[in-house]
Ligand binder design. Structure first.
Ligand code: ZN
Length: 112
């Protein structure tokens, strides 16, 4: 995949995440890209959201007992609840927020 394509997808991803929070599956469908590839971009965005932006990770949650995976730093989804051992988990969601009091000068000012 070319650098230009990577930039385009990352920009589209940013736009989607700025409008509302999304799950990995939603992003994969909206951008017509495999989840694996979206994850790479999400992990990059989590570390380098760009000046004026903040990456928001809404943690996975167990639908059975309500356990929240707040300790989890990585963006990948857990597979099983450590408390009740169920696999019925609400998957993590992702969003981008504008930091208050700062206006981004350039949309793609983050490092390549
Ligand atoms: Zn649970």
């Amino acid at each position: 995949m070319s650098v230009a394509q990577t930039q385009t997808i990352r920009q589209a991803l940013k736009t989607l995440l700025l409008s509302q929070d999304r799950s990995l599956r939603e992003l994969s469908q909206l951008l017509s890209r495999p989840e694996k590839e979206i994850l790479v971009h999400l992990e990059h965005l989590a570390k380098h959201p760009g000046p004026g932006y903040r990456f928001v990770l809404i943690p996975a949650r167990c639908r059975r007992c309500g356990f929240v995976f707040s300790q989890r730093v990585r963006v990948t989804a857990p597979s099983r609840c450590p408390r009740c051992r169920q696999t019925d988990l609400a998957r993590p969601r992702y969003a981008l927020e504008l930091q208050q009091g700062r206006t981004p000068k350039k949309q793609d000012a983050d490092a390549p």
